[in-house]
Design a binder for this molecule. Structure first.
Ligand SMILES: *Cc1c(COP(=O)(O)O)cnc(C)c1O
Length: 430
């Protein structure tokens, strides 16, 4: 296949798929240019339809912590396909995956499988509303919890504001029930809880913010959330769809030692197939149908292929515990990028938590949404394109976390940092 066929593919895509894609960031809108079509993934690399190779730091937006095509995952899926794609009855692997999750995640005694992160947070919030009899939820500016109506609410600036919908199609009467306050700002959380006594069903947070670049929780923030929610009867929900089995084997709750009431999982737990879950104490989870009154269901939930992939991936992680290695490698990547920026006088700051990482091209360190918005998006766009040109695939947006996998090593790192330096020079000149 030549370049001509490739660009025709993008034309064809745009004719039949809105924006040419099945999920908006894939379209490269915020960085310009055309996305490439992947044909094959292998370890730390993606290959496009022209055979060009990229070091992959997107990793399907998080699931592929073992890289592309890990033999244990691929074999498990191949085996599962031979005995049946879906049954609509319980399967053994579903029990085994649930047992492993319960074993490893501190806040989970029981778990319900679903098929996407969006479904998991939507269901967790329904459960929180159902058991508390309250309707309002509190989230944080810039945190992403999937695209269900209650979560598509624009950031209020500075103080807690009643939510306005971020998207047409979200009923105002629903988004009004969502309060959004700045990440890392406990005082704002306290004043919202005071302002609506006995009305807030849940406080939901990404314990490490990973959907507006990477922003770490400041010391005491998660502990503070635990305290104030306990004191006011709101449930604390950690959305660990990204951080679960990513920042540590037991997720962010294990890393920071703060146990939420409910946890949502996705991405890594499916090994690359559409699997997500929500879980919590036995007492709370037994309020879910059929043992309890809070309705939740799914035709393909707990399907044998997804369960096989997830189980195989989590078993490798539980056995090999690669988290120190991942954190060291990712630390070297981030400090390498920051050093390259500093050498060239390009303002940048960055951080990583385990193998989740982010770099902001901004003057000041970033602790929240407003800080992140001060990033130089124009520089980022041209830097991104220059990196891509050199075969390094970073997330095509200045506001997405990056990832590394267990099969990223010194070779990929060295190549990446060389490309990053060149890309910075080219981006500055351009
Ligand atoms: C990706 C993500 C979601 C949404 O998951 P989907 O599977 O894309 O619906 C929700 N919450 C967080 C924290 C995520 O990173």
């Amino acid at each position: 296949m030549g370049k001509i066929d490739d660009s025709r593919l993008w034309e064809r895509a745009r004719r039949v798929l809105p924006g040419g894609v099945s999920s908006p960031v894939r379209s490269f809108r915020s960085v310009g240019g055309e996305p490439f079509f992947s044909e094959r993934g292998e370890g730390p690399y993606l290959y496009d339809v022209d055979g060009k190779r990229y070091v992959d730091y997107v990793l399907s937006w998080g699931p592929l912590i073992l890289g592309h095509g890990h033999p244990a995952v691929v074999e498990a899926v191949e085996r599962a396909t031979r005995t049946g794609l879906t049954f609509g009855t319980p399967v053994k692997t579903e029990v085994e995956l649930a047992e492993l999750i319960v074993d490893l995640v501190p806040g989970i005694e029981m778990v319900r499988f679903v098929s996407s992160g969006t479904e998991s947070t939507m269901s967790a919030i329904r459960l929180a509303r159902g058991v508390t009899g309250r309707e309002r939820i509190l989230k944080f500016d810039g945190c992403y919890h999937g695209h269900s109506d209650s979560f598509l609410v624009r950031a209020g600036s500075g103080v807690a504001t009643l939510g306005l919908p971020d998207s047409p199609g979200v009923p105002l009467s629903l988004s009004e029930l969502t309060i959004s306050v700045p990440f890392n700002d406990l005082d704002c959380v306290r004043s919202s809880l005071d302002r609506y006594p006995d009305e807030i069903a849940a406080v939901i947070v990404e314990p490490v913010m990973g959907n507006f670049g990477l922003i770490e929780p400041m010391h005491g923030f998660l502990e503070g959330l635990r305290e104030v929610t306990r004191a006011t009867g709101a449930l604390l929900v950690f959305d660990e769809v990204m951080t679960g089995f990513r920042v540590a084997l037991g997720g962010a709750q294990d890393l920071y030692g703060v146990v939420p009431d409910l946890t949502t999982l996705g991405k890594v737990i499916g090994g690359g197939l559409p699997v997500a879950a929500f879980g919590g104490s036995r007492e709370l989870m037994e309020q879910v149908a059929p043992t309890g009154p809070v309705y939740q269901a799914g035709t393909l939930s707990g399907n044998p292929l997804g369960m096989a992939a997830g189980l195989a991936q989590l078993r490798v992680l539980a056995r090999e515990r690669p988290y120190d290695h991942l954190a060291r490698l990712t630390g070297r990547l981030v400090s390498g990028i920051l050093a390259a920026a500093e050498e060239r006088g390009i303002p940048a700051s960055g951080a990583h938590v385990g193998s989740m990482w982010g770099v902001f091209f901004a003057e000041d360190p970033v602790h929240d949404y407003d800080g992140a918005k001060r990033t130089d998006t124009e520089f980022f766009a041209s830097y991104f394109r220059e990196c891509l040109e050199r075969g390094v695939f970073f997330a095509p947006s200045p506001f997405e976390a990056g990832f590394t996998s267990t099969v990223h090593g010194p070779e990929q790192l060295e190549y990446t940092l060389m490309a990053v330096g060149e890309a910075m020079d080219a981006a500055r000149v351009g």
